[in-house]
Design a protein around this ligand. Sequence first.
Ligand code: GLA
Length: 383
Amino acid sequence: MLDRYLPNASFISTAPGRVNLLGEHVDYNDGMVLPAAINRAVRLVAKLTRDRTVNLQAVDLGQSVTFSLDHLVEKQDINGNPLPSWALYPAGTAWSLYEEELDLRGFEGAFTSDIPIGAGLSSSAAVEVAFAALWQKLGGWSVDGVKLAQLCQRGENRYVGVNSGLMDQFASANGIAGNALYFDTRSLFWQPVPLPPGSVIIVADSGVRRSLANSAYNDRRASCEQALSLLRPHLPGIRALRDVSPEDFAIYADLLPEITQMRARHVVDECCRVAEAIPLLKAGDAAGFGRLMLACHASLRNLYQVSCPELDILVELAQELPGCWGARLTGAGFGGCTVNLVQENKAEEFILGLKDGYQNKTNRQAEVYLCHASQGVHVEELP
Ligand code: GLA
């Protein structure tokens, strides 16, 4: 389909979105996360040029831009106009690779995505990872998937100005078909963990898009930092909330202002839930894992306060449906999607039941679909 926009392209880079199964809002607290890359992706085709410009078409938006690899800091196109906001992601990735002194080549490109924007499925991380992997191929250098993710994260944090953690870029870069990815965001150790046999992942999009998501996200981060600085004098060994045990937290929680205490409690509990989840997943215990997903949602709703009525309704409805092991909001929250772990042979019934129930309760349509845990970014040469 992209041939129409860029005939004779020589490469295609495909980078998936992700769901997170457990470990929400812990990646910026050095915690462990459990995302899976999904079969929704950014596809970018490209043809190397001889100059130092990038000429890009954002096919879904019907827009295009040309920027120079030698003037990234200015955040302008070659005519001196500010880059459109979508172009900050590829340009920010280029800036980060440049900072790392990696060889950057100019190209003509066109990209499209079937990851819904603002739905908590990491559409922006997938854009960054698709571009980073393409530049890697064009430049003939090679870094591992975690490093690639870190480079993309730096672009998003410092160039685009969004203070996200490492989970989304990590999942898009390292996905493995059929597996969730256990990732320790401190040690950077990771390993694939197979999904329980007979289970499938179903995503339900509430149709609510995140508004104020950035400031609310930064506000949650600030609370975590505040909690850390108030607890540290009493627990000198801690470097992040990940290091606070539930026992220590019970002793010192009262030192924290109420809202900060609630938010820190979520992080402390969520880190324990991920630790508990790994042996359950390895034993194929879908029901046990599903209970942790439900507990996570309750905590995100009540303590961390990043849910919204529509997401809560989707989770409540899901729990009542046959074959559902677990359901919770996925990603940053404030709208977007829920992720559901469902018995494979009940999947169709579940999808119909959830759609119907949601329409009845909210008068809104939810897009509900089966997702496959998928391979991470890959770049292929086109014939
Ligand atoms: C967003 C961020 C991630 C992570 C999640 C919440 O997706 O990009 O780094 O913090 O929110 O778990």
